[in-house]
Design a protein. Structure first.
Length: 62
């Protein structure tokens, strides 16, 4: 995946995680707020660390 797409996707994921964490915190749910933020951080970490899978090409595929 190109770097600029990873960067945009990372920013979107972080923004959504921050919003959901803020929203849950506003409702008085401390645990789910931290889970949302932690999950967002983990997803961005995984996006940058783990490589994309590339399957073997079958006969006739390019």
């Amino acid at each position: 995946m190109p770097t600029h797409i990873k960067l945009i996707l990372s920013l979107v994921v972080l923004a959504v995680a921050a919003y959901v964490g803020w929203w849950q915190h506003g409702l008085g749910h401390q645990g789910p707020a931290w889970v949302a933020v932690g999950l967002g951080l983990f997803m961005v970490f995984a996006l940058w660390v783990f490589p994309e899978t590339k399957g073997d090409k079958q006969k006739g595929e390019r």
